[in-house]
Design a protein around this ligand. Sequence first.
Ligand code: 6GU
Length: 243
Amino acid sequence: MKIKILTLFPNMFNEFIGESIIKRAKDKGIVEFEIIDFRLWSNDKHHHVDDTPCSGGAGMVLRPDILIPAIKDNSCSNTYKILMTPQGRLYKQNIAEELSKKDEIMIICGHYEGFDERIRDYVDDEISIGDYVLTGGELASMVLSDSIIRLLNDAIKKESHEDDSFQNGLLEYPQYTRPIEYDGKVVPSVLLNGNHKDIRRWRLKESLRKTLKRRPDLLTNRKYTKEELELLDEIKEEEDGEK
Ligand code: 6GU
């Protein structure tokens, strides 16, 4: 997959693409990055990219006559163009999965107060990473890239994302490692007895328990399996027993 990023702050990406799983994916040829400084599309003396809002108001607005040519010059019919904006659709794991199937994406990072509304007509998608305001789309574009790259074949071991939180619509089950006992707290015995059927059922149950407690909103439209319904009953009985 190719990821093109349009930004005014290309240096912000140096560490991001030079470390860890992202670097490994790049070295293995799973992903290719192109970081594009769209200030190069400004041809006035001071390389201005923004201007004051028409009819007044605070802040500066990114100019369409710079960003739109930069988008056009760096994309082809195959490029899925995404504008990072707090006004976009809210980013979720299912969108990461959708985007991970594309051959080429372009992520456009706005900065300052906003961009000229006409830019919207030149992109395929608008994405926000949450209900808060960032100073620019750069961090958000890294969030997108990271979550997409880890889904690409061979970027990480398949099993390590099959059980991820959200991948099956539930939060991930509790994880433990050695030592078996620490500060009087012990690893649940079911995880030590090597019975894979029991372990799988325990993990599903604890995923359900955690999701129910912390993120009940994730369960609103869930189509439960028969096993999940049984486990939910068990959880309810256990909680009632504790009261
Ligand atoms: Cl994509 N951009 C900015 N500037 N702020 C945000 C955002 C994006 N997503 C959430 N807040």
